[in-house]
Design a protein around this ligand. Structure first.
Ligand SMILES: Nc1ncnc2c1ncn2[C@@H]1O[C@H](COP(=O)(O)OP(=O)(O)OP(=O)(O)O)[C@@H](O)[C@H]1O
Ligand SMILES: [Mg+2]
Length: 244
């Protein structure tokens, strides 16, 4: 049984079909890359999976349970966490307090939430900055903070929406290491990224969306050389670089 499964998920906005009959799954422990052109429907798909949008049709299963249409907070308690393409930290709160917000999903005790948040901050390399205001962080640290807040909810599945966009090469390298450390904890990850040099080596499997539809799915090297994917998204450059 897959950890997450979507069957024929469709979501439209007026006349625009952002997701059309998408079949998708994530197995336990997997990192799945989700790629595709701007406007392909990647963020919408995350919003549907996490309950921010209800699909017009289709079904979503988590650990075998039908979770279609369940609200985000309930799905978070079930073990689905996500980050946002546009970072959403609580600016007036410290780094520690931001992560405590995540920890409160699992406990009502402030002391326990603090203890868990500190542990997550140590794991994610932000412990030294725990007393800083979130508003004072660099974009890389804000993205990391958001990821760690999601991690503090103790998810089984973590959805990362362009968690590495806008980062320097060195920051990307550190972020990749963190994603691998999270996977090593047994957490499954779906990764939306536009930088192929990041998403391809990290992913066990890749799904490609274009105009709301799945146009390819498979191992990274297969997908990178699929003519349909090259035409719709990658262009010749990435495939050639890989072959070289
Ligand atoms: N709330 C909304 N209301 C209306 N249209 C929307 C809404 N959210 C997304 N869309 C439209 O749905 C389509 C898919 O958008 P989505 O944000 O899911 O794409 P994406 O693959 O995440 O793109 P990007 O790579 O640029 O982040 C786009 O045409 C977008 O304009
Ligand atoms: Mg998006």
């Amino acid at each position: 049984m897959p950890l997450l499964e979507t069957r024929q998920v469709t979501k439209s906005f007026g006349g625009l079909t952002a997701n059309y009959q998408v079949d998708f799954h994530v197995d336990e422990g997997e990192i799945v890359g989700l790629i595709g052109p701007n406007g392909a429907g990647k963020t919408t798909f995350f919003n549907v999976i996490t309950g921010f949008y209800r699909p017009d049709s289709g079904k979503i299963y988590f650990e075998g349970d039908d979770i279609t249409g369940k609200p985000p907070e309930q799905l978070c308690r079930k073990g689905i966490a996500r980050t946002f393409q546009v970072v959403k930290t609580f600016k007036g709160m410290t780094v520690l307090e931001n992560v405590m917000v995540g920890a409160f999903v699992r406990t009502l005790s402030t002391g326990e939430a603090r203890r868990r948040a500190e542990e997550v901050l140590k794991f994610g390399g932000l412990y030294e900055k725990r007393d800083m205001l979130a508003s004072g962080l660099t974009i890389a640290d804000k993205k990391r903070l958001e990821l760690l807040r999601a991690l503090a909810t103790e998810p089984k599945l973590l959805l990362l929406d362009e968690a590495m966009a806008g980062l320097t090469p060195v920051e990307v390298k550190t972020a990749i290491e963190l994603v691998r450390k999270i996977q090593a904890r047994g957490i499954s990850i779906v990764l939306v990224e536009h930088v192929m040099e990041v998403v391809m080596p990290l992913s066990d499997r890749v799904m490609v969306l274009a105009s709301g539809q799945k146009i390819a799915e498979g191992e990274p090297h297969q997908v990178a050389h699929d003519p349909v994917v090259i035409k719709a998204y990658l262009g010749e450059r990435y495939a050639q670089r890989q072959a070289a």
